[in-house]
Design a protein around this ligand. Structure first.
Ligand code: 0WE
Length: 255
C-alpha cells in the first residue's frame, strides 16, 4: 500500500464530483495525504467545500491560476498552514468555447493567447511558487491529452496548448530535477467531465475510443487518480519529464 501520511498535496482544477482533480484528490487522501483544494472563484466555492469535507482534513483555498496575485497569496497561505509541500496536481485547461468548434485555421490571436496562458503558463507559475516549499523534493503533475500529438478534429488550439504543456513538463523537469522535484504529465483518454461538456461529438468519440482501445472500454476518473497516486509516491522516484498514458491503450494503436 502506498502511504502518504505526513505528505501535503495541493490540487488545482477541482470543479465538481466529475472532475479528474477530484478523483486524484480522493486517491491521495485515501493514501493518507493532507489535501489543499484550490477552487477558481466564488461560483465554484460551495462544490469545492462540500467535496473537501469528504477528504479527511482537506482545506480549501480560492486561487485562479491565471492571476499571479492569487498564486502568490495562495502559496503564502499554504506555507503558513503546512510549512512545506510534497505534491502539486495541476488539472486546469481552458480555451474560449468558439475555438473548440470550427476549423483550426480560424484560431484567433486572443484564443491562442488565453489557451496557452491558462493551460500552459499556469503550470510554470504554480511550479515556481511551489518549489521553495518542496524542501524534501516533490512531485508535480499535470493533465494532457492525445490531441497534443495527433490531430483530433475540433480540439484545435487546445491540441497546440497541450503540445506546449508536454514540452513545458520536460523543461520544468530539467529545471527542478536538481532540487529533487519531479514533473510529469498524465495523458488521459476522453472522459465525460465538465470540461468535455458541449463537445458535440463526445459520445461518438467515447464510442470510437472504446472500440479501438486495447482494453475495449473508456478510462474512468478514478484510474487517472490511481496513476496520479503512483506519480506522487516514492514508487515513481525515478520518473520525471514523462507523459504517462492512462487511456486504456488507445495511443499505441496504428490501425
Ligand atoms: O482538454 C480537454 C478539454 C479542455 C477544455 C474544455 C472546454 C469546454 C468549455 C478547454 N476549454 C474549454 N472551454 C470551454 O468553454 N479535453 C481533453 C476534453 C476534450 O475537449 C475536446 C475534445 C476532448 C476529448 C474538444 C474537442 C474535441 C475533443
Amino acid at each position: 500500500m502506498i502511504d502518504l501520511k505526513g505528505k501535503v498535496a495541493v490540487v488545482f482544477g477541482l470543479a465538481n464530483k466529475r472532475s479528474i482533480a477530484y478523483a486524484i484528490a480522493q486517491k491521495l487522501s485515501e493514501a493518507g495525504a493532507t489535501l489543499a483544494i484550490c477552487y477558481q472563484n466564488e461560483r465554484l466555492r460551495r462544490d469545492a467545500e462540500e467535496l473537501a469535507a469528504g477528504l479527511g482534513s482537506a482545506k480549501t483555498f480560492q486561487c485562479d491560476v491565471s492571476v499571479d496575485a492569487d498564486i502568490d497569496a495562495t502559496f503564502a497561505k499554504l506555507k503558513e498552514e503546512y510549512g512545506k509541500l510534497d505534491t502539486v496536481v495541476h488539472s486546469v485547461a481552458f480555451a474560449p468555447a468558439d475555438e473548440l468548434k470550427g476549423d483550426f485555421l480560424e484560431t484567433t490571436r486572443e484564443g491562442f493567447r488565453i489557451a496557452h496562458d491558462v493551460s500552459v503558463y499556469s503550470l510554470i507559475a504554480v511550479s515556481r511558487a511551489a518549489a521553495p516549499l518542496m524542501t524534501d523534493g516533490g512531485s508535480i503533475m499535470t493533465m494532457t491529452y492525445y490531441g497534443a500529438e495527433k490531430v483530433v478534429p475540433k480540439y484545435n488550439v487546445m491540441g497546440v496548448a497541450k503540445a506546449a504543456l508536454e514540452a513545458t513538463v520536460r523543461y520544468l523537469a530539467s529545471s527542478l530535477g536538481p532540487k529533487g522535484i519531479r514533473v510529469n504529465a498524465i495523458s488521459a483518454g476522453p472522459i465525460k467531465t465538465l470540461a468535455a461538456r458541449g463537445i458535440g461529438d463526445l459520445q461518438k468519440m467515447l464510442d470510437a475510443h472504446s472500440e479501438r482501445a486495447p482494453l475495449h472500454r473508456n478510462v474512468e476518473q478514478i484510474e487517472v487518480g490511481g496513476a496520479a497516486l503512483f506519480l506522487a509516491s516514492p514508487l515513481a522516484s525515478g520518473i520525471t519529464g514523462e507523459v504517462m498514458y492512462v487511456d486504456c491503450g488507445y495511443n499505441i494503436m496504428g490501425f
